[in-house]
Design a protein around this ligand. Structure first.
Ligand code: AVJ
Length: 321
């Protein structure tokens, strides 16, 4: 049972965001702009790379511990996925917890409809209510799931793109959106040695580099950009002080270009900061939950402790002695 995507938002701010980001002392472009059609395809390729362990590790954790999740949350919840995946994770979770409905939320209506149609084939009995929206803003859930108990699903360490304060704001917004009595299953990449982390973001086949550099091609395609992409190189170091992988596009020589007619100059070595990917220890993740109004109930990792799947329950203010 597939319902039509509800459009709740427009993604027309690419030009504004790029011009604002390139006007800052440390040039930046928000990571959400990676995901045009080409970028989304490149990301799918990243998830299959030998060095990029998060995706397959998370699927393994979910496979091994799905029964424990189901036992905790009980059957028949409506599952609300923040950033709808086209992955194997979603049907896996929906089946294990015997979901009664599914609400995929994604900013790209096109991607959302594809993912929802694919899911409708795999689970034809399940009511699906796609919501085309920016889940970082307050949301109204589809009328079709009003009154059902809710389970939020936020896999893939997507939260890792946000610095701690912004992560807390988002998790609070999830709590507001899902309401009383809700649960959240959230995947977060674990902090680990920098060699493993840096390999995952600097793959030998160069797919992550292509994913990063696609932002510059996208500016040329959509914002009348004149960037010579050969003047830039992918750079992705682990920042141990801040506990995050950073992705940058580094000018390999002095370069200048225009975006929507605005001239930009960059000196050799200067970078455009394109992404942060925060890595949370188990203890840090529990603090994060509490700070955002969630009780960290359980967490599971793989044997190598590379990735963690957390189960949180909304803190509905029970009075404790
Ligand atoms: C989708 C944000 C979780 O940070 O690992 C993968 C994106 N960037 N390789 C991540 C990404 C470079 C990914 N997240």
């Amino acid at each position: 049972m597939l319902h039509l995507a509800v459009r709740d938002d427009d993604d027309g701010d690419f030009g504004e965001a790029v011009l604002a980001g390139l006007a800052q002392p440390q040039k930046t472009i928000p990571a959400r702009f990676f995901y045009d059609t080409i970028g989304s395809e490149l990301f799918e390729k990243i998830t299959a790379l030998p060095e990029y362990y998060p995706t397959r590790t998370e699927v393994g954790i979910l496979t091994a511990n799905g029964a424990a999740v189901a036992a905790a949350v009980g059957p028949g919840r409506a599952v609300i996925e923040f950033g709808s995946g086209s992955s194997a994770k979603t049907p896996l979770l929906l089946r294990t917890v015997a979901a009664s409905a599914y609400v995929p939320i994604d900013i790209s209506a096109e991607f959302l409809d594809m993912a929802a149609a694919d899911l409708a084939r795999k689970l034809p009995e399940l009511p699906v209510f796609p919501l085309a929206a920016d889940f970082t803003r307050p949301l109204k859930l589809p009328a079709g799931i009003v009154g059902r108990p809710k389970l939020g699903f936020f896999p893939g360490s997507t939260l890792g793109n946000l610095a701690p304060a912004a992560a807390i704001d988002l998790l609070r917004a999830f709590s507001d959106t899902l309401g009383e009595g809700s649960w959240l299953v959230i995947g977060l990449d674990l902090r680990k040695d920098s060699a493993t982390l840096e390999a995952a973001y600097n793959d030998a086949a160069g797919v992550t580099a292509a994913f990063n550099l696609n932002l510059l091609h996208r500016i040329n395609r959509e914002l009348d950009g004149t960037i010579d992409v050969a003047d830039f190189a992918h750079w992705a170091p682990f920042n141990a002080d801040l506990g995050r992988i950073e992705m940058h596009l580094r000018a390999v020589r002095d370069t200048s270009f225009t975006v929507l007619g605005t001239p930009i100059m960059m000196a050799a070595g200067e970078t455009i900061h394109t992404e942060n990917s925060y890595k949370w220890t188990l203890d840090e993740a529990r603090l994060l939950a509490r700070a955002a109004g969630w009780d960290p109930v359980d967490a599971w990792t793989d044997d190598a402790a590379r990735f963690a799947l957390h189960l949180w329950r909304r803190d509905d203010g029970a009075i404790e002695p």
